[in-house]
Design a protein around this ligand. Structure first.
Ligand SMILES: CC(C)(C)c1cccc(C(=O)NCC2(NC(=O)c3cccc4nocc34)CCCC2)c1
Length: 252
């Protein structure tokens, strides 16, 4: 976070309007309006020196597709670096990167500014990555058209952790049972619909019973659907017994 406690993202991308959408809606838009969040886009095409303003070229060694050239990217990153004094980390969104998870998002949210580099075509000339990139980050193992959607995911996940961005901390996703459990089921009016009724405990007004039920559901759903996430949580005795209760009921 910077002095104001906010965070600034400088995104190097061929599609500035695309990434700007990440901060044009909901809590992120409000955070921008309040100066807690800033996004500045830098288009490498503005730094392409040749007559055709080319940002890509054919790959050495042959093969299909094009490769993003070093110079336009290097000059766009340089422009971003000089735009604001303090040293910024350059993160390249890339399939070769370290897989993003909430632990990494927490770490990234400690920065006051981040420069995000988005690839297109077949990828970026390796010498630009060697010279300018501090780390590569991937959002997962699927083929995408560019690094812009991954950059928007990083922006959304990190922005939510900036103090003041979320109305009330501990809301969606920041599960209050300790890091890393899946969400419990959610219900709202009407109390019954399509023959399915809201669990009675949620109507009881017994806040302790509600909290217990929600924790048990979060533990049980994580055990059922994503057991590998459970490995990472250090469950205390109470959580372990709640989970056992869920498992006993589940196995009938
Ligand atoms: C993962 C696996 C399926 C094995 C694979 C192997 C080889 C290439 C690609 C691939 O998608 N290449 C295309 C580009 N992909 C990404 O930028 C990208 C993709 C996925 C997650 C990401 N997180 O950040 C950026 C990401 C790279 C250059 C333009 C887009 C994917």
């Amino acid at each position: 976070m910077n002095a104001g406690g906010g965070i600034r993202f400088d995104v190097v991308t061929l599609f500035p309007d695309f990434v700007r959408a990440a901060v044009s809606y909901g809590v992120a838009a409000r955070a921008c309006a309040r100066g807690l969040l800033q996004l500045v886009a830098w288009n490498p095409r503005d730094y392409a020196r040749d007559r055709h303003r080319s940002v890509d070229d054919r790959p050495y060694g042959g093969g299909p597709g094009m490769v993003m050239k070093v110079e336009p990217l290097r000059d766009a990153i340089q422009a971003a670096r000089t735009a604001v004094a303090d040293r910024a980390s350059v993160i390249c969104l890339s399939p070769q990167g370290r897989l993003l998870d909430q632990v990494r998002v927490q770490e990234l949210s400690q920065h006051s500014r981040l420069i995000l580099l988005c690839g297109r075509y077949e990828g970026i000339d390796e010498r630009l990555i060697e010279a300018e990139v501090d780390e590569e980050c991937s959002i997962g193992d699927y083929v995408l058209s560019g690094g812009e959607l991954p950059a928007m995911i990083v922006i959304d996940a990190v922005a939510r952790l900036v103090p003041g961005v979320l109305g009330h901390p501990g809301s969606a996703g920041q599960d209050s049972f300790g890091a890393g459990l899946l969400d419990c089921p959610h219900y709202t009016r009407p109390v019954e619909i399509g023959g399915r009724r809201t669990p009675e405990v949620l109507l009881s007004g017994d806040h302790q019973a509600v909290a217990r039920w929600r924790h048990k559901q979060a533990l049980g759903r994580t055990w059922l659907r994503r057991p590998e996430l459970l490995e990472r949580c250090m469950l205390d005795a109470q959580a372990r017994s709640l989970l056992q209760e869920f498992i006993d009921e589940y196995q009938g």
